[in-house]
Ligand binder design. Structure first.
Ligand code: AHR
Length: 537
């Protein structure tokens, strides 16, 4: 079978079927086991921001909404995306949030200003409602507490309300609000980006280290089974990056299970495309640095448990656009103070390209290759706001380009992740030097004897062929393996997007692969493409 064959009916828009010479070949072999893949790696994030909650997951009166006002068409896509765990309710929003405001009869809930996003919060959705939503969507909740304007007392109250058994005032209040059983939320974030000068109540590393230690200590006294996440640096370019992690993790080591990492990437103009495509190099260094800080904290404390990484905000976000809007607001102080604070405004509604999807696919590969350290992750965010799912007001839902690489990994990366040694042509970047054009990870579930290869061609200009040698996977016999499903995301125009009116402009198309002996799979990847191959053996 010729490698150039494709299902022509599913040819990507704009692709050209031409005779051509074989592309340069990369090889992926010497598969090194990393760790069992944690289900929480396929988490997402719902913040009270823009139209993520109001007009996103929640739209009473929408034809598909249930009796609580949640859109079932959105829930269907959340399930299709394969999301396992959802971080809630922020984000920057959480730093002034009073969780009690979102409980009890909806018509009696207070209306507040949200300074983080300069919006009006109606509190029509709160923890009880979100719990009901998560039950419908089949996701775990990862709950964030307010460390900006609040602290120990509010965190303990929220914990009692959410997880307490009947018989105390707060647990009984939850029961009277209709949630009869404890929610049993295990994973809690102690604040959000507390190093950021933009964060309400932001702190120095020493201040936050003491504060998180006290809150985490108190929460674990109340429930020793909790898994607690400390804020790491807001991003790897913060001036205190590294020092912050060392201070916080060493001080609060005994009471922590995770440290949070956040990283967003975007293309700084078309001349920057090659740099953008290799963004996962930055994420890899970020992970290795924070994992090193966590090891240091363990050693300094003579500890026995590992602090894992919770990469609880990651993805492509054209944050430069938001920064410009915010700067304009600040320059025009009169408008900020006198404008009505909008309810659920259109904020951060980035529309993603093919290149964005390839980058997100490569970020997922970077995390899978380091899932011994990264034991939880939340792609930010879920609906409308920098999101894979878009929900039109009183209209349909549609999938952004970035939906597809996430969904494939979430549904089919099972068992153990294996990091291949990759050799082949490189691309040259200013930020990262010479970088392998192709990146890949292999996952293999020995029990079901099913595997997945995820690969990206990060070269902005050239096609590449990839040979993946799976012969060292445990239990592979001389019979070799065979591909059961092979798909690719690419377009001749790397800036092609899906939109509300053309929701299927970019979708994965089927490709052919070649199976070799003893157990290799070979496929071609056009410039700027993402590929997934499921196999059995
Ligand atoms: O996801 C959008 C924002 O990005 C979050 O509120 C904040 O934590 C981060 O800076």
């Amino acid at each position: 079978m010729a490698l150039t064959e494709r299902h022509i009916s599913q040819e990507p828009a704009g692709a050209q079927a031409t005779d051509r010479t074989a592309p340069a070949t990369s090889t992926a072999g010497h598969l090194a086991p990393v760790a069992a893949i944690p289900p929480r790696l396929f988490g997402s994030f719902v913040e009270h921001l823009g139209r993520c909650v109001y007009g996103g997951i929640y739209e009473p009166g929408h034809p598909t909404s249930d009796r609580y006002g949640f859109r079932s068409d959105v829930i269907d896509l959340v399930r299709e995306l394969g999301v396992t765990c959802v971080r809630y309710p922020g984000g920057n929003f959480v730093s002034t949030y009073a969780w009690e405001d979102g409980t009890g009869p909806r018509d009696a809930r207070p209306i507040r200003r949200d300074p983080a996003w300069h919006s009006t919060e109606t509190n029509q959705v709160g923890i009880d409602d979100f719990y009901r939503w998560s039950q419908e969507a089949g996701t775990e909740i990862m709950l964030a507490v307010n460390m900006g304007t609040r602290g120990i007392a509010a965190a303990l109250d929220e914990l009692e309300y959410v997880n307490g058994a009947a018989g105390t005032t707060l647990a009984d209040r939850r029961i009277s609000n209709g949630i009869t059983e404890p929610m049993d939320i295990r994973m809690w974030c102690i604040g959000n980006e507390m190093d950021g000068p933009w964060q309400v109540g932001h702190m120095t590393a020493q201040e936050y280290a003491r504060a998180v230690d006290k809150v985490a200590h108190a929460m674990k006294l109340a429930d020793s089974g909790l898994e607690l996440v400390a804020c790491g640096s807001s991003n790897a370019h913060m001036p205190t990056f590294g020092e912050w992690e060392r201070t916080v993790l060493t001080t609060a080591y005994d009471n922590l299970d995770f440290v949070s990492c956040h990283a967003y990437y975007f293309e700084h103009g078309h001349a920057d495309l090659q740099e953008f495509l290799t963004s996962s190099q930055d994420m890899a260094t970020f992970i290795d640095t924070v994992a090193g800080c966590a090891r240091e904290a363990k050693e300094d404390n003579g500890g026995t448990h590992d602090i894992a990484l919770s990469f609880d905000e990651w993805g492509v976000w054209y944050s430069d656009r938001w920064n410009r809007i915010e700067a304009e607001w600040k320059a025009n102080a009169a408008a900020v103070h006198h404008d009505p604070w909008p309810k659920a405004p259109h904020l951060l509604e980035d529309i993603y390209t093919v290149a964005d999807a390839v980058v997100e696919g490569s970020l997922m590969i970077a995390m899978l290759k380091r899932c011994d350290s990264v034991r939880s992750a939340s792609r930010a965010q879920l609906v409308n706001v920098i999101a894979p799912i878009m929900a039109e007001p009183n209209g349909p839902v549609w999938r952004q380009t970035v939906f597809y690489p996430f969904a494939e990994a979430a549904h089919h990366a099972r068992g153990t992740a294996y990091a291949p040694r990759i050799t082949g042509p490189v691309v040259h970047t200013r930020a990262y030097g010479a970088v392998q054009a192709v990146d890949a990870v292999v996952t293999w579930d020995e029990e079901s004897r099913t595997g997945l290869i995820l690969a990206v061609n990060r070269d902005a200009a050239a096609e590449h062929r990839l040979d993946v040698d799976c012969s060292t996977l445990p239990g592979i016999t001389d019979d070799g393996l065979h591909a059961t499903h092979a798909i690719q995301l690419h377009d001749a125009d790397p800036y092609r997007r899906n939109t509300a009116t053309a929701p299927n402009s970019v979708t994965p198309y089927a490709i052919h692969t070649i199976t070799g002996t003893p157990a290799t799979l070979t496929f071609d990847m056009p410039a700027i493409s993402w590929t997934a191959v499921r196999f059995t053996a």
